[in-house]
Design a protein around this ligand. Structure first.
Ligand SMILES: [Zn+2]
Length: 439
């Protein structure tokens, strides 16, 4: 599978977090179900935005790309997205891109203007397949551009001729740099071969990026991806991306303030094609769900699974009722990655596990809890049951409760106890004051 990766010129935003989580879940699920996944995701390390930033900061394109690629991998590690098997960098594939463009010029599917080489979309009979619109209606809706050398407003740049001070590569048709759509078609076909199984990306890439990748492959006589999947976008509420409103301004910013696993749970609770709202409220809601999962892990002393080691289905032998519930979960995710249904079923199992344990059936409870642990790990969400240190907010409640008790404000002391219990703590009084521990 090929997933369109980032252009590295800024910190990763929340939308980057979502698409990488969605396709990480898909990859892990395919592996869980026994498939051998060759996961490729690129880094676009040459682009207008990188050039603009280098100019603004009196830096070089190489330095800008290296800086933000580094930030990218830090954020990916923090949200538990596994490294791709291959990470092609656009600048390492320029020779192959030049060869593709030469072929398209020879076939008369591409043409030169004063500023670059363009692709003539009328040469691909089913252009508009991914957009879901025929060429005529796409053309009617296209923006009219200043560049009147283009034969059609839908034609796109395969190659941009060199401008002074910009990075460029030599080519038989003139020095310059590749267009973005040419990068991905060359890298995906180069690493995965003709007719590879799955090409993924955000909805915003469906048209024109993916349409244009496919058009080049078709025009070059290559068989492109046989399946496509596109994930929905991220909404941050009406008040967009404002730090003063407490909203998260970037993925990096969010990770500084929350448990990264909460974002994965939020993503899993929505269908990958639906939009999701990422705000302090929806994240706090996911954190409460996460706390229930971690509490389960602590109660049954479950091992921490997942992370870099992908979980496989055959590691879990099930029978009877649990086997049929697991089958329902498998069916849901196999059917276009319907993770919200799976998550709901897993939270039902969590409740059953706790109820069985409360009723004294420890073995039955443990069997249920194991399934919850295993299946969440299969989707990349590790339950953490080990004793965790007291977080700042809980500690300040402990301090406030001690102060209330010292001033004999019993009503306040009781209220603070309730707040701590709601956070999953067992609260005990000792001569030294309030102590808390996990159950
Ligand atoms: Zn791409």
């Amino acid at each position: 599978m090929y997933v369109c990766g980032p252009t590295v010129y800024d910190l990763p935003h929340l939308g980057h977090g979502r698409f990488t989580l969605v396709w990480d879940v898909a990859r892990r699920w395919f592996t869980f179900r026994g498939l051998d996944v060759h996961f490729v995701s690129n880094i676009t390390d040459i682009d207008d935005n990188i050039i603009a930033r280098a100019l603004r900061e009196e830096s070089t394109e190489t330095d800008v790309a290296a800086t933000y690629e580094n930030e990218w991998w830090k954020a990916m590690a923090a949200i538990g997205v596994a490294r791709p098997v291959d990470v092609p960098h656009a600048t390492a594939y320029v020779d192959e891109m030049v060869a593709l463009i030469e072929g398209l010029l020879t076939r008369d599917v591409a043409y030169r203007t004063s500023d670059g080489v363009y692709f003539d979309v009328t040469h691909v009979p089913d252009y508009g397949l991914l957009a879901g619109q025929p060429l005529d209606s796409l053309r009617a809706g296209a923006r009219i551009e200043a560049n009147d050398e283009k034969r059609s407003p839908l034609d796109f740049a395969l190659w941009k001729f060199a401008k002074p001070g910009e990075p460029s590569w030599s080519a038989p048709f003139g020095r310059g740099r590749p267009g973005w759509h040419t990068e991905c078609v060359v890298m995906s076909l180069g690493l995965l071969g003709d007719g590879f199984d799955l090409h993924c990306g955000g909805f915003d890439l469906k048209f024109p990026h993916h349409e244009n990748e496919r058009a080049q492959a078709v025009a070059a006589g290559r068989e492109f991806a046989t399946h496509w999947a596109h994930n929905g976008w991220v909404m941050v509420g009406d008040q967009k991306m404002s730090k003063s409103l407490g909203n998260f301004t970037s993925l990096t910013d969010m990770l500084e303030r929350t448990d990264a696993r909460a974002y994965r749970l939020l993503v899993l609770r929505s269908h990958y094609r639906s939009p999701i709202e990422v705000s302090p409220t929806t994240i706090a809601d996911a954190e409460r769900g996460l706390e229930r999962l971690d509490t389960l892990a602590r109660r049954f002393n479950l091992p921490q699974l997942g992370g870099d080691i992908f979980v496989r289905q055959d590691e879990l032998a099930l029978s009877g009722e649990l086997a049929s519930t697991a089958e329902k979960i498998d069916d849901a995710i196999d059917d276009d990655l319907n993770t919200p249904v799976a998550v709901a079923l897993l939270f039902d199992l969590l409740s059953t596990a706790n109820a069985l344990a409360d009723a004294g059936n420890h073995d039955g409870a443990l069997d249920h809890a194991r399934v919850v642990n295993h299946y969440f790990a299969a989707m990349g969400l590790s339950l953490i049951g080990a004793f965790s240190s007291v977080d700042e907010a809980s500690q300040s409640l402990v301090d406030a409760r001690d102060a209330a008790r010292a001033s004999k404000d019993w009503a306040m002391a009781d209220q603070l106890r309730d707040e701590l219990v709601a956070r999953g703590w067992v609260v005990e009084d000792s001569p030294a004051g309030t102590t808390i521990r996990r159950p």
